[in-house]
Ligand binder design. Sequence first.
Ligand code: HT7
Ligand code: ZN
Length: 873
Amino acid sequence: PHAIYLKDYQPPRYQVEHTELRFDLAPDATRVQATLQIARAPGTASDAALVLDGDHLTLEHVAIDGQPLEPGEFEVTDRALTIYTVPERFRLDTEVVLAPASNTALEGLYQSNGMFCTQCEPEGFRRITFYPDRPDVMATFTTTVIGDQAATPILLANGNPVERGELPDGRHFVTWNDPHPKPAYLFALVAGNLEKIEDQFTTQGGREVTLQIWVEQQNLDKTAFAMTALKHSMRWDEERFGREYDLDLFMIVAVDDFNMGAMENKGLNIFNSSAVLANPDTTVDAMFQRIEGIVAHEYFHNWSGNRVTCRDWFQLALKEGFTVFRDQLFSSDMNSAPVKRIEDVALLRTAQFAEDSGPTAHPVRPDHFIEISNFYTLTVYEKGAEVVRMLCNLLGWETFRKGSDLYFERFDGQAVRVEDFVDCMAEVSNLDLTQFMRWYSQAGTPEVSVDSAYDAERRTFTLTLSQHTPATPGQDEKAPLQIPVEMGLLDEQGADMALVIDGQSHGSSTVLNLDESTKQFVFEDVPHAPVPSLLRGFSAPVKLRQTLTREQLSFLMRHDSDGFNRWDAGQQLALKELETLMAAYRHGDEMVLDEFFVETVRSLVETPASDKAVLAEMLTLPTEAFIAEQQTTVDIDAIHQARRFAIARLGDTLFEAFETLYTQEQSDAAYAPDFDQIAQRSLKNVALAYLCASGREEAFAYARRQFEANANMTDVRAALTQLAHAGDTSIGDPAIRAFGERWAHDPLVMDQWFATQVSRPHEDALERVRFLMAHPAFSIKNPNRVRALIGTFVNQNRVNFHRRDGQGYRLLADVVIELNRLNPEIAARMVLPLTRFKRLDETRRALMLEQLERIKAEPLSRNVYEVVDKALT
Ligand code: HT7
Ligand code: ZN
């Protein structure tokens, strides 16, 4: 497989003005007739051949302006249809046959539980018909779907239905018209036995929009939440970004077999059922919030992605970074803003930073790829959103909004580049964003180190900030970035000091512009040595290297006016404690929890909380993945043992305090996934986790009671986890059994059942995974099942995945090898943990490499090849 490069981009030689499709659906032989109105692009030579992408297609017919082509006039390979000579404007007719029932890759047209559905982003449309399958070719579409009336009573596609009718042999058809020109990746079709809920939304401009959510009949009672989320998203986008919906119909369809969360197809969003279906009995709070965020994300794409799309796939962050930023703002407005920020930063600092320091590191805008599906990454999405957030903070909301308006107005209906977006921001703000653009082209996580000095005589406080970005594959030299460091200085009482630099007042919180390798900032009129609070709100996606004492961290944790930094100071303090415990573990010494730390936690537990959601976050120790990110050589076992020990000791020492908290936070209110209730449940369940970690029987009695009360899935699942994770398996086994029997009919709940079992720290967790892979509820062909069972084990059971005998790595390699044949996109995602060997000990590194070599010896898909090759190079 060969790489393609951003620098080689060429505009399309032929544009498609209108696309007419006719699908005659059948599981093993679907016929697709395409009629394309094509025009040669200005400046293209008249003898330029027409090259159309095509993959897994059997061509039955090809004609130009009604004239069938002779064999010498065209060529078909397994990747393209080339027609050597074409007129300036013409009609191209093709007919192909494909087999949706045997499409396990879930790209193009496939079947899920008998339902026909499509996934075309990024390059799935070429599995449906021969087409210039690139986002800068935008056409209007008319789609006729023909299907069996009994098996597929519902036939959906993009846009508005314009005609329907019956056909011989029990078949029927519906024709859909989408008047908005769109790239092929936004095409969608769904056909199946579906039912819907329906609602209405009136846009600010007075358009009456019908909203529909289509699901299999048994899931109708799980659709209400997503409908509400959709209406909230539509109103929010009008109010915050001035964006209105532009069709009379907006549909969402839930599909069980889906590679990602959801897809923003024009007017017909297709969702992984796990990202849309919810009710209190089956769904935990965190999932409700995830669903709300994904519904919003896909809806927001209607402008940031669909109306204004990407010129080429290198520009993916243009739509994804901006849309993630928009969905983060939405979730923050709808829920707890500080908790949303904490969660987003936690994801970035563990998973995205890990990506940045591994062999698949790439810039927010990659400059080459073999397989674009491999670049739907945390770097493009989450770091991409952080880059937009920095722009927003640099400009201020009002000006950023002006830039966003200008962008949508200027580029509506076009396929554009990251530069076009940033130029709009520069134009409205008069800022020079030339250096800022490096955030898009330079891979890796910058490290910002801090030096400070207080001069009592001069009453100055000098901060010296330096930046360094470690080399990443293919990028040895790094240039300085423009890093906005939001900060304040705390006085002895914990209040923000007035900030004066060069005689200029900067209020009590300011943004330092670190745009060189090293820069000094001198604060004047500083009466005594302050405690600096840096990178407030996580103002830039960097690693801050700062040495603060335990006392300073505890001080910041209690007093910082920035909520994010209060939480982060607590995390840093916990990290220090865990480091001490890890050192003791490594030396074979007894682990002893420091009294100061215990008392700090006690004060948190015992002080009435003004924000329960934030308190729950503050009481949660850094995850194993986050701790690992801080280490030069990752000590899997020490991390696990130290963290477990700390939780158990805190649970035991502060048992009464946690018990009081747990009892206080009980509630009889009818379940609602709202802000206050979610905060209360998370605090209660954090307390339950500490109680159970103590190992005391009274604690398990609480968990058992909560499990049996069966009030809602959040509480049931929290209790089940505590029971199932108890060292003595006889404590958890009855609950595991009862849960499995109760929910055997519901695949999404069974995913939670799988996840709970394989995240157990028990020594036989790996054997449990192999055992559950044979369970009737598991299927390797379903990505949700694979993520729940294998993904959870690999990512959330680090101590067992990294077993010293290498069996964890072997298990993952076995799965990847099988998935490589069935579903390359998922295989390439699943293999990633095997590529993160750089900072492991020598034994584990060798064991991982052995499995990577084993995979490499297989006949590999482009997807898996690209990842494994990078890892082994
Ligand atoms: N834009 C969507 C991307 C997507 C996707 C990519 C690769 C393979 C399968 C996929 N399904 C959806 C999702 C989004 O960001 O909204
Ligand atoms: Zn997206």
